[in-house]
Design a protein around this ligand. Sequence first.
Ligand code: NYM
Length: 234
Amino acid sequence: NKESSSSRGALIVLEGLDRCGKTSQSGKLYKYLDEQGHSVESWRFPDRNTGVGQMISSYLANKSQLDDHAIHLLFSANRWEKRDYLSEFSTWSCPQSTGAHPPPTSLMEEKLKSGTTLIVDRYSYSGVAFSSAKGLDIEWCKAPEIGLLAPDLVVYLDISPEKAAERGGYGDERYEQLEFQKKVAGSYLSLRDSSWKVIDATLSIEDVEKKLREAVLDCMMTCHKGKPLSQLWP
Ligand code: NYM
């Protein structure tokens, strides 16, 4: 059973409010793991490089308007397209094709199974937290994420909206406002469960880095030992 292969990588997700330090901590973690000789990749959502990602980027920059449900589905589509079925299996759903075909395997899954650890800056939890903060029904928000790979570890970099705002650097993007971030913080709270690793993001950069490393190395070990991959929502 490939899923219990002893060498699989871990799917690590970092979540938190805007300005919680996620992006710089993802970068530091990537550098550390890479230097330690681990096979590791750094991903982020939204991935603004795809066609869907460009629509999201334009929406976030207030250059386009979209219905709240529509933008929610685009964020989700952006994750599905990055999960991406491998082209070598592209005949899988072709009715004319003959013979036995392997089940579809995703790029993300393939990378994990071949031993690469993925550090992902934002994932489905951002999708649900930000959209439900606008008032969309939480179960509706979760639905399009069903079937994506579940992270092996979700790290929440915890900071109050007020403290995050004090850090400055809120840009001109949509959502980067204190009142809205307060609602997002509330949504994250209702999503969190005991499996999440919550790190106080107001500690020094070095302390956050250390705690993050410990949690991630521990999770990588569990995956290495054969923890099976699972799907959202567990
Ligand atoms: N965001 C991000 C969402 O609203 N839904 C999602 O699914 C994701 C992944 O996009 N304010 C929001 C959160 C951020 C914004 O993200 C851009 P970033 O990490 O600043 O590029």
